[in-house]
Design a protein around this ligand. Sequence first.
Ligand code: SF4
Length: 89
Amino acid sequence: MGGSVPDALAHEVSGNRWRMNGTAARPVRCAALTGLCGEESICSIYEARPSACRAFAMASERCAEARAAHGLGPVDPSWDAGGGLPLAA
Ligand code: SF4
């Protein structure tokens, strides 16, 4: 894969396009996501996550829309107060 995502977690779609395993399935469940959505979950490769994930801003309007689609409320704005990694949706 072009970035630093472990090859075992993604597959080539076409040419230089890769996709995280599990993101084409229904229900969607990225292979890098650990934990239980809505309770406690986190990206297991956060520092090496792909560019599409880096472009998706935590607590943004799109983030709130995606969370709402899964029955979750918006991210608590205090999530980064402690400087830790955010919980993934
Ligand atoms: S940020 Fe989410 S979608 Fe992206 S690699 Fe991590 S768990 Fe997967």
